[in-house]
Write a new protein. Sequence first.
Length: 436
Amino acid sequence: MRLSVIGIGYLGLTHAVCMADLGHDVLALDVDEDKLGLAAKGEAPFFEPGLAPLLRKNLDDGRLRFTSSYEEAARFAQVHFLCVGTPQSPDGRADLTQVYGAAAALAPLLREACLVVGKSTVPPGTARQVMSRLRAAAPAGDDVGVAWSPEFLREGSAVQDTLEPGRLVFGVTSQSDVMTLREVYRQLLEAGTPWLAMGLETAELVKVSANAFLATKISFINEMAEVCEAVGADVVALSRALSHDDRIGGRSLSPGAGFGGGCLPKDVRAFRATGRQLGLDSLDRFLAEVEAINLGRRARLAALAQEMLGGALPGKRVAVLGVAFKPNSDDVRDSPGLDVCQRLAQAGAVVCVHDPAAMPNAARLCPELHYRSSVRAAAEAADLVLHVTEWPEYRALDPSALAAVVARPNLIDARCVLDAELWRAAGWSVRVLGQC
């Protein structure tokens, strides 16, 4: 099929590349000429494992092109995917300017029957607003269908999540739109991917409620980490035991510095705002506590660093390993690691940072920090090493070799994944969040 993808940010570019790889002819649109230039050369404007080779492959095969012209996209595609951003407004609500703006730009150019499919994360009621605006302004009128099919991408595994999704959700108003979406995703459905058709509002709620539940699960295990520290228990062992309960499961039950990134914190705040708009104060209060627990982990980590350094931070050197909000990503939006770096630097510490992918983005936000190209350089003369993002290469570090370059062998493992006994055997004083 001929598809357009409007917006080539993280979601849009990944979706465009993967749809082309499934055999569709894809025209990807954006108004940012710099992004378009990079993508047209086969360069992804962000770090995502496996995306750049797949981008180049589909460019070379002729199934993927880029444009800044809504007119060209309207003429070309049978199905248009809206993949624009929904950033956070000052009051916490999702800013739908880009969603409505894209619909407004596309609508007067839609002269034939087509389907517009939203993938952006939006509050319930947005899809019907988009439908109303499109049909009012499009020459094709009611022949313009609108569906909502939320994305469930995880940074670091977005390509796999698109090509091998756990489920496909179709928010629709007609059976014909279901059939169109089934044709778009035919290869995935033939491979056994589960799919669910439902109303527009339900589909919109699937994504925000899934993220709210995920945030709740992460905040729950981090609250248990606080309890474990208070009573002398081990949160890692506790999490392992809980994961064997099939009502709970082990996914996203890893204790640590809390969640971050451009999706989960924003979506929790937007869902809180939806609760307030609907008069559901209990939803707002519940998610407010989830958010407070999450942010409290950052304060706890900074306090523990100060404690390990004898209560005084001015002039102390701290090496921070990882500022991406998660491994296999260069995303530092709402990053727990970067937040802790700022807290320590503001308290007078000299903070040296290493991250395999995220340092350029971090340096643009926090130029006051010191960035080093290797772990060894970051740790040189350090009074404390703080492990915040669980990149695989940090697990493979030799604690004896690192001990030779630090001023004081102090380690905090904020992700509970390093072998604490191995580090202690090499002479390190080790603290692990969630352990006494």
